[in-house]
Design a protein around this ligand. Structure first.
Ligand code: NAD
Length: 349
């Protein structure tokens, strides 16, 4: 089968591509990112990297016409974008899913759409079931633009479902693993990791009591693949994650433990990091019954083991970016390592 993965050179997209390639399928990865996370597949004749945008409708139509199954994972992701460039988040995410659905409808292709736990906003009633309420703050708080952009995408999927299209919506809960992001960027695991690798204190935002449900990539990818392959998933919405709740402080402690070493933990006020256009979510826990029963996936990799594998991968692949030297200290102290995002060696998954 031919599988189209938008965002196929991203974190989840690269792992999903591996999953389908390992099972004999042909993968078309459409992405504007570099090939750093998919370099290990570039020689594979069943892998095609198209370095372009899903906003380019001609390229997209060509791909949709030849692929039976479409995963729309491409999006503008990351808190730094939500607060610094909300226009881009809304424009790319909302127009992207419309392009995909319009063409999928024309060619009758099944679409799996990557949504997010962020759609529940700060609904205090956890664990969240798929049909629970969305509780969001004011539109003046930029951070909600991502949640809204994905919720609009979900509405479009459900609207197309009414017009006969096969769609599946997946709401991911803090997936982490090898190839997540460059360290210091994007998500909490890679931010803590950058600090650990440089021997700096781990900075926990707020008082560290906020909770998340950390999902190892292998488990999330299995569920994602099944959502595309199983007929029973058509028309459904799934939480993809684990119901184990972990506070940021616990995460910092476990990461320090697994990494080894004496790193201190420091608390930083949220405003100092994100400014005033951010609001944190206190608890984020999914009900994953539907994922288990319909997709047949029960998460297997616990936090400590997942972090051990992730940290090992980052250390081995030198997958971290050299810090910008502080003006004076830099001259005396050479950088420990120099490395691009990922090594050319095969990623361990
Ligand atoms: N990883 C998680 O924990 C998580 C949680 C919630 C939702 N999601 C969703 O899952 C999807 C994949 O996330 P990820 O963690 O792999 O993030 P990622 O940032 O690694 O992947 C997204 C990819 O989309 C690509 N992209 C952006 N604009 C594009 C465009 N116009 N055309 C083509 N490609 C474009 C980016 O270059 C990137 O490679 C995203 O839609 C994200 O919103 C992920």
């Amino acid at each position: 089968m031919n599988v189209l993965i938008t965002g196929g050179a991203g974190f989840l997209g690269s792992h999903l591509g591996d999953w389908f390639l390992q099972r004999g399928h042909t993968v078309y990865a459409l992405d504007i990112a570099s090939d750093a996370k998919i370099r290990h597949n570039l020689e594979n004749t069943r892998f095609h990297f198209i370095p372009d945008s899903f906003l380019n409708v001609d390229i997209l139509e060509n791909l949709v016409a030849k692929c039976e199954l479409i995963y729309h994972l491409g999006a503008v992701v990351g808190v730094e974008h939500y607060v610094s460039d909300p226009y881009k988040v809304l424009n790319v995410n909302v127009n992207g899913i419309q392009n995909i659905l319009r063409l999928a409808h024309r060619y009758d292709r099944k679409v799996v759409f990557s949504s997010t736990s962020e759609v529940y906003g700060r609904n205090p009633k956890v664990p969240w079931k798929e049909d629970d309420d969305r509780v969001l703050g004011s539109t003046r708080i930029d951070r909600w633009c991502y949640s809204t952009s994905k919720a609009v995408g979900e509405h479009f999927c459900l609207a197309y479902k009414k017009m006969g299209l096969r769609t599946v919506i997946l709401r991911y809960f803090n997936v982490y693993g090898p190839r997540l992001d460059a360290v210091d960027k994007g998500r909490v695991v890679t931010i803590f990791l950058g600090q650990l690798l440089r021997g700096q204190p781990i900075t926990v935002v707020g008082n560290g009591s906020q909770t998340r449900s950390f999902t190892y990539s292998e488990d999330a990818i299995e569920a994602t693949a099944q959502a595309g392959l199983r007929k029973e998933a058509d028309g459904e919405i799934f939480n993809i994650g684990t119901d184990v709740e972990t506070s940021m402080l616990e995460l910092a402690n476990v990461m320090r433990d697994v990494f080894g070493g004496p790193a201190k933990i420091e608390f930083v006020p949220q405003q100092k990091i994100y400014g005033n256009s951010y609001e944190d979510i206190q608890r984020r826990v999914p009900d994953v019954t539907r994922m288990k029963t319909i997709l047949g996936v029960t998460p297997k990799v616990g936090l400590r083991e997942g972090l051990r594998r992730t940290i090992e991968w980052f250390k081995e692949s030198e997958g971290w970016i050299e810090p910008k030297p502080a003006k004076k200290a830099a001259a005396k102290k050479p950088m420990v390592k120099k490395a691009p995002f990922a090594s050319t060696k095969k990623a361990k998954v």
